[in-house]
Ligand binder design. Sequence first.
Ligand code: FCB
Length: 455
Amino acid sequence: MEIRFPPGFLWGAATASYQIEGGWNEEGRSPSVWDTFSKTPGNVLHGDTGDVAADHYHRYKEDIALIKDLGIPAYRFSFAWPRIIPGGIGQVNPKGLAFYDRLVDGLLEAGIQPFPTLYHWDLPQVLEDAGGWTSRQTAQYFADYAGIVVEHFSDRVTNWITINEPWVVSMLGYLMGVFAPGVKDLKAASYATHHLHLGHGLAVQAMRAAARQPLQIGVTLNLSFVEAASKSADDQKAAYLHDIFQNRLFLDPLLKGTYPQEAEKDLGFTFPAGYEKDIPMITTPTDFLGINNYSRNVVKYDASGWPFHYSHTNPTGNSYSEMWEMAPQGLYDLLIRLKRDYPLNAIYITENGTAVPDGVDADNRVRDSRRIQYLQDYIAAMHQAIQNGVPVKGYFVWSLMDNFEWNLGYSRRFGIVYIDYENDLKRIIKDSARWFSQTIKENGFKIKSYYAEPF
Ligand code: FCB
């Protein structure tokens, strides 16, 4: 079967500042919550940190050349707030802006469209010390930072993402404590959730005010299609609540101006007093929704589950990456559901990809056929959703290159380009990158099995 995308469909590759840049203390950058978190023993596997990462801070030219050689039309990266405003508020660091000037100008010269994110989790530590996202002030500081960056770059950059995956910040960062800043408190997570929404809305308005030309602005949510492990009433209820926790707690306020009642009633979230007054700001219109999707969630009732009375199950008989179940149908179901339940004119898949064990063969090739299979299956699912009327305008693979996978450090490789951490961080094009390059060239592919036949 042949899959062809509509003309103008945007293909890209994605990264994030802390995961690739390194140069953690260079040219005025201040520590972020991830520097603090990763340097605290026990938080990150093998004690890995982003101090050097893929050293993109120094090798960005080589990385731009890679994107160009692969014929990838768009590049999603993130600005590091602690490079640009090391104090979190106030003084702008010209050297921080200058690095991103070099990056953005280099991309444009190479004919690559920059598609930046303003916040991919590296909050300046000084702001965390003042309460981080549990403090309402942080939302305003984020908007101030957003306005400054947009004022500087919007002559050249038109597509913008405010915040990457607010769910991860509030739930992994402030509820479960497994990501920076490592807090375990439902009230803190409730406040963080609300302030991230507010920060997004305030930022959209600050960005529009600072823009030098009309911009396309969106937020990126990590959404997963949720299914119950069985037809039992308990499991169905568990799935219903998990969908609220994972998806609707973010979609509903942003797109409908409401928090699902059950978030307070059944899950115990408590939003700041008077939060209703912020709803008009939170629902400030945007131009697209960004979606990061990797897997689906299957949940069952579990009286001893934490932080809620359910747990995740891994259905047998399916394929798994080193992280999650490979579930392309879940992306299709998610997209159809979004079209059904929310007013959306444009969606970008801002991340999709997989971590599978890969390595360099003697002939210097990385034969990552399972990654190719995954990408093909997910892209085909997305195509099917487009055929059925879902307005998906573009797709970004996660990730351009192997990188610091948060609390799992360098143990998971998501890249379509291999980073040889043992050998001077050499970049090696994986088979999946060649496959992706070909897919972009043809704006689609003929479906075949890569499990059986390595690319
Ligand atoms: C997402 C993050 C991204 C990356 C992938 C695997 O949650 O946005 O930085 O770590 O997962």
